[in-house]
Design a protein around this ligand. Structure first.
Ligand code: NAD
Ligand code: TYD
Length: 357
Protein backbone atom coordinates (compact mmCIF):
# COMPACT_ATOMS: atom_id res chain seq x y z
CA UNK A 1 0.00 0.00 0.00
CA UNK A 2 1.01 3.62 -0.36
CA UNK A 3 0.84 6.35 2.28
CA UNK A 4 -0.50 9.70 0.99
CA UNK A 5 -0.43 12.91 3.04
CA UNK A 6 -2.81 15.77 2.23
CA UNK A 7 -5.09 13.51 0.19
CA UNK A 8 -8.22 15.53 1.01
CA UNK A 9 -6.78 18.65 -0.65
CA UNK A 10 -6.96 19.64 -4.29
CA UNK A 11 -4.10 17.71 -5.87
CA UNK A 12 -3.93 14.94 -3.25
CA UNK A 13 -7.62 14.06 -3.66
CA UNK A 14 -7.33 14.03 -7.46
CA UNK A 15 -4.31 11.75 -7.03
CA UNK A 16 -6.11 9.35 -4.65
CA UNK A 17 -9.23 9.14 -6.85
CA UNK A 18 -7.17 8.47 -9.96
CA UNK A 19 -4.88 5.99 -8.19
CA UNK A 20 -7.81 3.87 -7.00
CA UNK A 21 -9.54 4.05 -10.37
CA UNK A 22 -6.46 2.50 -11.99
CA UNK A 23 -5.04 0.22 -9.29
CA UNK A 24 -6.15 -2.04 -6.45
CA UNK A 25 -3.18 -1.04 -4.31
CA UNK A 26 -4.64 0.47 -1.14
CA UNK A 27 -4.05 4.05 0.05
CA UNK A 28 -3.61 5.30 3.60
CA UNK A 29 -4.62 8.94 3.42
CA UNK A 30 -3.54 11.20 6.30
CA UNK A 31 -5.02 14.70 6.29
CA UNK A 32 -5.57 17.32 9.00
CA UNK A 33 -8.71 18.64 7.22
CA UNK A 34 -7.72 22.28 7.40
CA UNK A 35 -9.96 24.73 5.50
CA UNK A 36 -8.36 23.33 2.31
CA UNK A 37 -9.14 19.67 3.03
CA UNK A 38 -12.53 18.33 2.10
CA UNK A 39 -13.80 14.79 2.62
CA UNK A 40 -16.73 15.47 0.33
CA UNK A 41 -14.24 15.28 -2.55
CA UNK A 42 -13.59 11.65 -1.54
CA UNK A 43 -17.22 10.69 -0.95
CA UNK A 44 -17.21 8.26 -3.92
CA UNK A 45 -14.73 6.15 -1.88
CA UNK A 46 -17.08 5.69 1.05
CA UNK A 47 -17.17 1.99 1.98
CA UNK A 48 -14.18 1.24 -0.29
CA UNK A 49 -11.77 -1.00 1.66
CA UNK A 50 -8.82 0.21 -0.42
CA UNK A 51 -9.06 3.71 1.08
CA UNK A 52 -8.10 4.26 4.72
CA UNK A 53 -8.71 7.85 5.70
CA UNK A 54 -6.95 9.08 8.83
CA UNK A 55 -7.74 12.47 10.32
CA UNK A 56 -4.40 13.65 11.69
CA UNK A 57 -1.43 15.96 11.51
CA UNK A 58 1.96 15.36 9.88
CA UNK A 59 3.53 17.10 12.90
CA UNK A 60 2.29 14.29 15.19
CA UNK A 61 5.23 11.88 15.33
CA UNK A 62 3.50 9.31 17.55
CA UNK A 63 0.59 9.00 15.12
CA UNK A 64 2.96 8.75 12.14
CA UNK A 65 4.89 5.94 13.85
CA UNK A 66 1.63 4.08 14.50
CA UNK A 67 0.56 4.47 10.88
CA UNK A 68 3.86 3.20 9.47
CA UNK A 69 3.84 0.23 11.88
CA UNK A 70 0.21 -0.71 11.16
CA UNK A 71 0.04 -0.19 7.40
CA UNK A 72 3.66 -0.88 6.34
CA UNK A 73 3.55 1.24 3.16
CA UNK A 74 5.99 0.73 0.28
CA UNK A 75 5.99 4.46 -0.46
CA UNK A 76 5.04 7.89 0.87
CA UNK A 77 3.55 10.52 -1.47
CA UNK A 78 3.73 13.79 0.45
CA UNK A 79 1.23 16.47 -0.62
CA UNK A 80 0.22 17.90 2.77
CA UNK A 81 1.09 21.59 3.00
CA UNK A 82 -0.20 25.07 3.52
CA UNK A 83 -0.35 26.10 -0.13
CA UNK A 84 -1.74 29.60 -0.64
CA UNK A 85 0.74 32.47 -1.14
CA UNK A 86 -1.71 35.19 -0.01
CA UNK A 87 -2.41 33.36 3.25
CA UNK A 88 1.33 32.97 3.81
CA UNK A 89 1.72 36.74 3.65
CA UNK A 90 -0.93 37.27 6.33
CA UNK A 91 0.05 34.32 8.57
CA UNK A 92 3.40 32.69 7.85
CA UNK A 93 3.56 30.65 11.08
CA UNK A 94 1.26 27.87 9.83
CA UNK A 95 3.47 27.54 6.74
CA UNK A 96 6.64 27.05 8.76
CA UNK A 97 4.84 24.60 11.04
CA UNK A 98 3.28 22.33 8.41
CA UNK A 99 5.67 22.72 5.49
CA UNK A 100 8.95 22.70 7.43
CA UNK A 101 8.29 21.05 10.79
CA UNK A 102 5.69 18.69 9.32
CA UNK A 103 7.98 17.54 6.51
CA UNK A 104 10.82 17.10 9.01
CA UNK A 105 8.60 14.99 11.28
CA UNK A 106 7.39 12.88 8.35
CA UNK A 107 10.96 12.35 7.13
CA UNK A 108 12.05 11.20 10.58
CA UNK A 109 9.13 8.80 10.94
CA UNK A 110 9.74 7.46 7.42
CA UNK A 111 13.46 7.04 8.15
CA UNK A 112 12.81 5.09 11.36
CA UNK A 113 10.40 2.76 9.54
CA UNK A 114 12.58 2.42 6.43
CA UNK A 115 15.76 1.67 8.45
CA UNK A 116 14.11 -1.42 9.93
CA UNK A 117 12.95 -2.86 6.58
CA UNK A 118 14.72 -5.85 5.01
CA UNK A 119 17.26 -4.92 2.28
CA UNK A 120 14.92 -5.63 -0.66
CA UNK A 121 12.10 -3.54 0.81
CA UNK A 122 14.58 -0.78 1.73
CA UNK A 123 15.74 -0.54 -1.89
CA UNK A 124 12.19 -0.48 -3.22
CA UNK A 125 10.89 2.13 -0.74
CA UNK A 126 10.25 5.67 -2.01
CA UNK A 127 9.54 9.01 -0.33
CA UNK A 128 8.04 11.27 -3.02
CA UNK A 129 7.98 14.93 -2.00
CA UNK A 130 5.60 17.17 -3.96
CA UNK A 131 6.95 20.71 -4.28
CA UNK A 132 6.54 23.81 -6.38
CA UNK A 133 8.29 25.83 -9.09
CA UNK A 134 7.96 28.87 -6.79
CA UNK A 135 11.14 27.80 -4.92
CA UNK A 136 13.15 28.96 -7.95
CA UNK A 137 12.06 32.60 -7.63
CA UNK A 138 10.92 34.97 -10.36
CA UNK A 139 11.99 35.08 -14.04
CA UNK A 140 12.51 38.06 -16.33
CA UNK A 141 10.66 38.02 -19.68
CA UNK A 142 13.61 36.57 -21.61
CA UNK A 143 15.07 34.24 -18.97
CA UNK A 144 15.11 30.52 -19.77
CA UNK A 145 12.48 28.45 -17.91
CA UNK A 146 13.36 26.76 -14.61
CA UNK A 147 15.52 23.65 -15.03
CA UNK A 148 16.24 21.31 -12.10
CA UNK A 149 19.69 22.89 -11.79
CA UNK A 150 18.32 26.43 -11.20
CA UNK A 151 19.43 27.97 -7.87
CA UNK A 152 16.71 28.36 -5.26
CA UNK A 153 15.53 31.98 -4.76
CA UNK A 154 12.20 31.79 -2.90
CA UNK A 155 10.45 35.14 -2.39
CA UNK A 156 7.27 34.49 -0.38
CA UNK A 157 6.80 32.86 3.03
CA UNK A 158 5.06 30.01 1.16
CA UNK A 159 7.89 29.41 -1.30
CA UNK A 160 10.53 29.83 1.42
CA UNK A 161 8.83 27.18 3.54
CA UNK A 162 8.59 24.81 0.55
CA UNK A 163 12.25 25.48 -0.30
CA UNK A 164 13.20 24.60 3.29
CA UNK A 165 11.24 21.35 3.02
CA UNK A 166 12.96 20.50 -0.29
CA UNK A 167 16.36 21.00 1.36
CA UNK A 168 15.42 18.69 4.23
CA UNK A 169 14.27 16.00 1.79
CA UNK A 170 17.52 16.32 -0.15
CA UNK A 171 19.61 16.09 3.02
CA UNK A 172 17.75 12.98 4.25
CA UNK A 173 18.87 11.27 1.04
CA UNK A 174 22.48 12.42 1.13
CA UNK A 175 22.97 11.88 4.84
CA UNK A 176 20.82 8.85 5.62
CA UNK A 177 20.28 7.29 2.19
CA UNK A 178 16.48 7.60 2.35
CA UNK A 179 15.28 6.91 -1.24
CA UNK A 180 13.58 10.26 -1.93
CA UNK A 181 12.40 11.86 -5.16
CA UNK A 182 11.22 15.48 -5.36
CA UNK A 183 8.88 16.97 -7.95
CA UNK A 184 8.61 20.73 -8.56
CA UNK A 185 5.54 21.58 -10.56
CA UNK A 186 3.85 24.68 -11.91
CA UNK A 187 0.36 26.08 -11.16
CA UNK A 188 -2.24 23.31 -11.18
CA UNK A 189 -5.87 23.77 -12.16
CA UNK A 190 -8.83 21.43 -12.51
CA UNK A 191 -11.68 19.87 -10.51
CA UNK A 192 -11.86 20.23 -6.70
CA UNK A 193 -9.58 23.26 -6.37
CA UNK A 194 -10.51 25.49 -3.44
CA UNK A 195 -11.95 28.77 -4.76
CA UNK A 196 -9.22 30.95 -3.26
CA UNK A 197 -6.82 30.20 -6.14
CA UNK A 198 -6.98 32.21 -9.36
CA UNK A 199 -8.96 29.99 -11.75
CA UNK A 200 -11.71 28.64 -9.45
CA UNK A 201 -12.05 32.07 -7.80
CA UNK A 202 -12.67 33.70 -11.17
CA UNK A 203 -15.21 31.03 -12.21
CA UNK A 204 -17.11 31.22 -8.93
CA UNK A 205 -17.09 35.03 -8.76
CA UNK A 206 -18.13 35.42 -12.40
CA UNK A 207 -21.08 33.06 -11.88
CA UNK A 208 -22.13 35.11 -8.86
CA UNK A 209 -21.78 38.42 -10.74
CA UNK A 210 -19.00 39.48 -8.34
CA UNK A 211 -15.89 41.43 -9.34
CA UNK A 212 -12.89 39.51 -10.71
CA UNK A 213 -9.90 40.87 -8.74
CA UNK A 214 -6.76 40.99 -10.89
CA UNK A 215 -3.59 41.89 -8.99
CA UNK A 216 -1.40 44.73 -10.31
CA UNK A 217 -1.38 45.03 -14.11
CA UNK A 218 -2.50 41.41 -14.68
CA UNK A 219 0.64 40.69 -16.72
CA UNK A 220 2.27 38.25 -14.29
CA UNK A 221 2.98 34.99 -16.06
CA UNK A 222 2.44 31.47 -14.75
CA UNK A 223 2.75 28.04 -16.35
CA UNK A 224 -0.54 26.12 -16.03
CA UNK A 225 -0.73 22.35 -15.58
CA UNK A 226 -3.97 20.34 -15.63
CA UNK A 227 -4.17 18.40 -12.36
CA UNK A 228 -4.72 14.98 -14.01
CA UNK A 229 -1.50 15.50 -15.98
CA UNK A 230 0.32 16.31 -12.74
CA UNK A 231 -1.05 13.15 -11.11
CA UNK A 232 0.09 11.06 -14.09
CA UNK A 233 3.57 12.57 -13.79
CA UNK A 234 3.70 11.73 -10.08
CA UNK A 235 2.78 8.11 -10.82
CA UNK A 236 5.65 7.94 -13.34
CA UNK A 237 8.14 9.45 -10.91
CA UNK A 238 6.99 7.07 -8.18
CA UNK A 239 7.37 4.07 -10.48
CA UNK A 240 10.60 4.94 -12.25
CA UNK A 241 12.13 8.14 -10.87
CA UNK A 242 15.73 7.80 -9.70
CA UNK A 243 16.26 8.18 -5.93
CA UNK A 244 17.88 11.48 -4.99
CA UNK A 245 16.67 13.17 -8.19
CA UNK A 246 14.39 16.14 -8.79
CA UNK A 247 11.89 16.29 -11.66
CA UNK A 248 10.30 19.55 -12.84
CA UNK A 249 6.72 19.12 -14.07
CA UNK A 250 5.05 21.74 -16.26
CA UNK A 251 2.26 22.16 -18.77
CA UNK A 252 4.20 24.07 -21.50
CA UNK A 253 1.43 26.69 -21.06
CA UNK A 254 2.82 30.10 -20.10
CA UNK A 255 0.06 32.68 -19.85
CA UNK A 256 -0.59 36.06 -18.25
CA UNK A 257 -3.20 36.24 -15.51
CA UNK A 258 -5.27 38.56 -17.67
CA UNK A 259 -5.34 36.01 -20.51
CA UNK A 260 -6.43 33.34 -18.03
CA UNK A 261 -9.26 35.48 -16.69
CA UNK A 262 -10.40 36.50 -20.18
CA UNK A 263 -10.41 32.84 -21.31
CA UNK A 264 -12.57 31.87 -18.31
CA UNK A 265 -14.94 34.77 -19.06
CA UNK A 266 -15.22 33.77 -22.72
CA UNK A 267 -16.11 30.16 -21.84
CA UNK A 268 -18.72 31.32 -19.36
CA UNK A 269 -20.20 33.73 -21.92
CA UNK A 270 -20.85 30.70 -24.12
CA UNK A 271 -21.86 28.16 -21.49
CA UNK A 272 -23.72 30.39 -19.00
CA UNK A 273 -24.42 33.77 -20.63
CA UNK A 274 -25.16 36.60 -18.22
CA UNK A 275 -28.05 38.86 -19.31
CA UNK A 276 -26.21 41.78 -17.66
CA UNK A 277 -23.38 41.54 -20.24
CA UNK A 278 -20.04 39.81 -20.94
CA UNK A 279 -18.39 38.41 -17.80
CA UNK A 280 -15.17 40.33 -18.60
CA UNK A 281 -17.00 43.52 -17.51
CA UNK A 282 -16.40 42.27 -13.94
CA UNK A 283 -12.56 42.40 -14.24
CA UNK A 284 -11.29 44.78 -11.57
CA UNK A 285 -7.64 45.74 -11.06
CA UNK A 286 -6.76 45.61 -7.36
CA UNK A 287 -3.66 46.39 -5.28
CA UNK A 288 -0.82 44.04 -6.12
CA UNK A 289 0.33 41.21 -3.85
CA UNK A 290 3.48 42.28 -1.94
CA UNK A 291 6.61 40.74 -3.50
CA UNK A 292 4.50 39.32 -6.36
CA UNK A 293 6.71 37.08 -8.54
CA UNK A 294 6.54 38.26 -12.15
CA UNK A 295 7.03 35.07 -14.11
CA UNK A 296 7.33 31.32 -13.57
CA UNK A 297 8.11 28.89 -16.38
CA UNK A 298 9.11 25.23 -16.30
CA UNK A 299 11.58 23.35 -18.42
CA UNK A 300 9.98 19.89 -18.29
CA UNK A 301 12.41 18.16 -20.64
CA UNK A 302 14.10 15.98 -18.01
CA UNK A 303 10.94 14.10 -17.04
CA UNK A 304 10.09 13.65 -20.72
CA UNK A 305 13.60 12.38 -21.55
CA UNK A 306 13.95 10.04 -18.58
CA UNK A 307 10.38 8.91 -17.94
CA UNK A 308 8.56 9.65 -21.19
CA UNK A 309 5.99 11.94 -19.54
CA UNK A 310 4.39 14.86 -21.36
CA UNK A 311 1.12 16.61 -20.48
CA UNK A 312 -1.89 15.24 -22.37
CA UNK A 313 -4.01 18.40 -22.08
CA UNK A 314 -3.56 21.70 -23.85
CA UNK A 315 -4.70 24.76 -21.91
CA UNK A 316 -7.77 24.99 -24.17
CA UNK A 317 -8.87 21.42 -23.43
CA UNK A 318 -8.02 21.57 -19.71
CA UNK A 319 -9.74 24.88 -19.03
CA UNK A 320 -12.88 23.76 -20.90
CA UNK A 321 -13.05 20.65 -18.69
CA UNK A 322 -12.44 22.73 -15.58
CA UNK A 323 -15.10 25.35 -16.27
CA UNK A 324 -17.54 22.56 -17.17
CA UNK A 325 -16.76 20.78 -13.90
CA UNK A 326 -17.44 23.89 -11.78
CA UNK A 327 -20.70 24.50 -13.62
CA UNK A 328 -21.83 20.97 -12.79
CA UNK A 329 -20.65 20.99 -9.17
CA UNK A 330 -22.25 24.07 -7.64
CA UNK A 331 -23.09 22.11 -4.51
CA UNK A 332 -19.43 21.22 -3.86
CA UNK A 333 -18.50 24.91 -4.24
CA UNK A 334 -21.34 26.07 -1.99
CA UNK A 335 -20.29 23.60 0.71
CA UNK A 336 -16.61 24.53 0.76
CA UNK A 337 -17.48 28.21 0.71
CA UNK A 338 -20.13 28.19 3.40
CA UNK A 339 -18.02 26.28 5.87
CA UNK A 340 -21.06 24.09 6.51
CA UNK A 341 -19.05 21.13 5.44
CA UNK A 342 -16.25 21.96 7.88
CA UNK A 343 -18.76 22.28 10.68
CA UNK A 344 -19.97 18.83 9.75
CA UNK A 345 -16.45 17.45 9.84
CA UNK A 346 -15.91 18.92 13.31
CA UNK A 347 -19.08 17.25 14.52
CA UNK A 348 -18.38 14.01 12.69
CA UNK A 349 -14.69 13.64 13.48
CA UNK A 350 -13.92 15.85 16.44
CA UNK A 351 -10.13 15.60 16.55
CA UNK A 352 -7.93 12.55 16.20
CA UNK A 353 -10.71 10.18 15.09
CA UNK A 354 -10.05 7.76 12.28
CA UNK A 355 -12.42 6.35 9.70
CA UNK A 356 -12.40 4.12 6.68
CA UNK A 357 -13.59 4.96 3.19
P1 NAD B 1 -4.30 22.21 -0.80
O1 NAD B 1 -4.08 23.40 0.07
O2 NAD B 1 -5.51 22.13 -1.67
O3 NAD B 1 -4.35 20.90 0.11
C1 NAD B 1 -3.44 20.67 1.17
C2 NAD B 1 -3.97 19.52 2.02
O4 NAD B 1 -3.04 19.30 3.09
C3 NAD B 1 -5.33 19.83 2.64
O5 NAD B 1 -6.20 18.72 2.48
C4 NAD B 1 -5.00 20.05 4.11
O6 NAD B 1 -6.06 19.68 4.99
C5 NAD B 1 -3.78 19.17 4.30
N1 NAD B 1 -2.93 19.62 5.41
C6 NAD B 1 -2.54 20.90 5.69
N2 NAD B 1 -1.80 20.91 6.82
C7 NAD B 1 -1.69 19.61 7.23
C8 NAD B 1 -1.03 18.97 8.33
N3 NAD B 1 -0.33 19.67 9.23
N4 NAD B 1 -1.13 17.63 8.43
C9 NAD B 1 -1.85 16.89 7.54
N5 NAD B 1 -2.50 17.45 6.50
C10 NAD B 1 -2.41 18.79 6.34
O7 NAD B 1 -2.97 22.06 -1.65
P2 NAD B 1 -2.76 21.49 -3.12
O8 NAD B 1 -2.99 22.58 -4.08
O9 NAD B 1 -3.48 20.21 -3.27
O10 NAD B 1 -1.20 21.22 -3.10
C11 NAD B 1 -0.66 19.94 -2.74
C12 NAD B 1 0.85 20.01 -2.75
O11 NAD B 1 1.29 20.41 -4.05
C13 NAD B 1 1.43 21.03 -1.78
O12 NAD B 1 2.58 20.48 -1.19
C14 NAD B 1 1.77 22.24 -2.64
O13 NAD B 1 2.85 22.96 -2.11
C15 NAD B 1 2.13 21.55 -3.95
N6 NAD B 1 1.91 22.38 -5.15
C16 NAD B 1 0.67 22.86 -5.45
C17 NAD B 1 0.49 23.61 -6.61
C18 NAD B 1 -0.87 24.15 -7.00
O14 NAD B 1 -0.98 24.83 -8.02
N7 NAD B 1 -1.95 23.86 -6.29
C19 NAD B 1 1.57 23.89 -7.44
C20 NAD B 1 2.82 23.38 -7.10
C21 NAD B 1 2.98 22.62 -5.96
P1 TYD C 1 -2.55 31.76 -7.24
O1 TYD C 1 -3.65 30.92 -7.83
O2 TYD C 1 -2.73 32.30 -5.85
O3 TYD C 1 -1.21 30.94 -7.39
P2 TYD C 1 0.36 31.41 -7.16
O4 TYD C 1 0.42 32.74 -6.54
O5 TYD C 1 0.85 30.34 -6.25
O6 TYD C 1 0.98 31.38 -8.53
O7 TYD C 1 -2.33 33.00 -8.20
C1 TYD C 1 -1.98 32.83 -9.57
C2 TYD C 1 -1.70 34.20 -10.14
O8 TYD C 1 -2.92 34.94 -10.14
C3 TYD C 1 -0.72 35.01 -9.31
O9 TYD C 1 0.09 35.78 -10.20
C4 TYD C 1 -1.60 35.93 -8.48
C5 TYD C 1 -2.79 36.15 -9.38
N1 TYD C 1 -4.09 36.38 -8.69
C6 TYD C 1 -4.87 37.49 -9.01
O10 TYD C 1 -4.50 38.31 -9.87
N2 TYD C 1 -6.05 37.66 -8.36
C7 TYD C 1 -6.49 36.78 -7.40
O11 TYD C 1 -7.58 37.02 -6.80
C8 TYD C 1 -5.69 35.65 -7.09
C9 TYD C 1 -6.12 34.65 -6.04
C10 TYD C 1 -4.49 35.48 -7.77
Amino acid sequence: MIFVTGGAGFIGANFVLEWLSGSDEAVVNLDALTYAGNLQTLSSLQGDDRHHFIHGDICDRAQLDRLFATHRPRAVVHFAAESHVDRSIHGPAAFVRTNVEGTFTLLEAARAYWSALDPIQRDAFRFLHVSTDEVYGSLGPDDPPFAETKAYEPNSPYSASKAASDHLVRAWHHTYGLPVVTTNCSNNYGPYQFPEKLIPLMIVNALAGKRLPVYGDGRNVRDWLYVADHCAAIREVLARGRPGETYNIGGWNEMTNLDIVRTVCGLLDTLRPDPAGPHARLITYVTDRPGHDRRYAIDARKIERELGWRPAETFESGIAKTVGWYLEHGEWVANVQSGAYRDWVARQYGSGDEGRG
